[in-house]
Design a binder for this molecule. Structure first.
Ligand SMILES: *Cc1c(COP(=O)(O)O)cnc(C)c1O
Ligand code: SF4
Length: 334
């Protein structure tokens, strides 16, 4: 499918888009034509502040308090509830840190927290309590991680995550990728990002040149939860990444009132395939404090994936997984 040329063009740079993103409940509701009384649970004073770019906001349905995109970003009072079993570090990040910002949980691949910043604040984020202030942010801060990587020849793949690694500018990113590419035993670079979804023109000429220029095989893992998130601008961003030689995958989180129906999941998968992105993981919610109201049961997830398998080509059915601290991989539920 051809995305119309120029769909990702914007009068703003991506940095400007991030700067002018909506940061208050009032502004968000006003932009959507909603009254306070339409969303009685909205919380204007959350410790994890609201952040949503206009480019994403424009894909929400005006006047609909149940919009699946709005649900992902609107702070509500239920987030302050203390629910047993929901903690601050649900996947054991703290225990697998082998150098500042470098998490080594699984064989052959490591995850580098390349930046603490994101283009959006997802209310269910499992790293919403992560101590980003203590994380490396510059080439000098990454040096201990790079030293560790040079020494550990068992590692073939580095995953840039965060936060969102594309919140680094192209020049910082290029310095980091060049350092990684100079380590002979590294073969693959993976980028876990929601930036192209939130601000599609983040996929600019500089980023494409950087990705095309590295010797590392590059996999970009997007995070899209609902078909409505995929507009022409995002489709074009995906097309550019594919043309740059990146393999595109998606991870979604199963979320109550966002994508917990068979129709929503099937539409998401088919829409992803149509823009060249393979559904990779459907995550069972990580039990992070503040996100309990998003949780679906495992049984519901299993039923959804089986329903998808009955309706969709095999390649369009994601693996339904859960991360359990201490295990050798994500655990396959179905
Ligand atoms: C999820 C994760 C990975 C990647 O796992 P895959 O199954 O290869 O996608 C790697 N390292 C860490 C620390 C992770 O949390
Ligand atoms: S983009 Fe990813 S890391 Fe950032 S808030 Fe959303 S889920 Fe969390």
């Amino acid at each position: 499918m051809e995305a119309s040329a120029g769909a990702a063009a914007s009068v703003f740079t991506w940095q400007q888009s991030l700067q002018r993103a909506v940061r208050s409940t009032d502004a968000l509701l006003q932009a959507l034509g909603l009254q306070q009384s339409d969303v009685p649970d909205a919380d204007a004073a959350s410790a994890f502040p609201l952040l949503v770019p206009w480019e994403f906001l424009q894909r929400m349905r005006r006047g609909d308090p149940a919009d699946p995109l709005l649900q992902q970003v609107l702070p509500i009072r239920q987030e302050s509830a203390t629910v047993p079993g929901f903690g601050l570090d649900p996947v054991g990040d703290a225990g697998s840190m082998v150098a500042p910002g470098l998490l080594h949980k699984y064989q052959g691949r490591v995850l580098l927290i390349a930046s603490g910043a994101c283009a959006v604040h997802c209310r269910y984020c499992f790293r919403r309590h992560y101590p980003y202030d203590d994380s490396p942010k510059s080439q000098a801060d990454w040096e201990p991680a790079l030293v560790q990587l040079r020494e550990d020849t068992s590692v073939q793949e580095v995953i840039l995550s965060g936060g969102d690694p594309l919140s680094l500018g192209n020049s910082k990113l290029e310095t980091l990728v060049t350092s990684l590419a100079s380590i002979p035993h590294l073969q693959r670079l993976r980028i876990h990002t929601r930036f192209p979804v939130m601000i599609p023109h983040r996929v600019d000429a500089g980023l494409i040149a950087l990705l095309q220029g590295t010797r590392l095989r590059t996999v970009v893992v997007l995070h899209i939860n609902h078909a409505q998130e995929i507009d022409d601008a995002l489709a074009l961003a995906c097309e550019r990444l594919s043309q740059a030689g990146c393999l595109l995958l998606n991870q979604a989180v199963l979320l109550r009132r966002v994508n917990d129906t068979l129709d929503a999941q099937c539409e998401l998968s088919l829409r992803l395939i149509d823009v060249g992105v393979v559904p990779y993981y459907l995550h069972h919610l990580d039990r992070v404090q503040g996100a309990a109201h998003f949780e679906c049961s495992e049984a519901q997830g299993i039923a959804l994936v089986e329903g998808m398998r009955a309706r969709l080509p095999g390649y369009a059915v994601p693996r339904f997984v859960h991360e359990r601290a201490g295990e050798a991989s994500k655990s396959l539920i179905r």
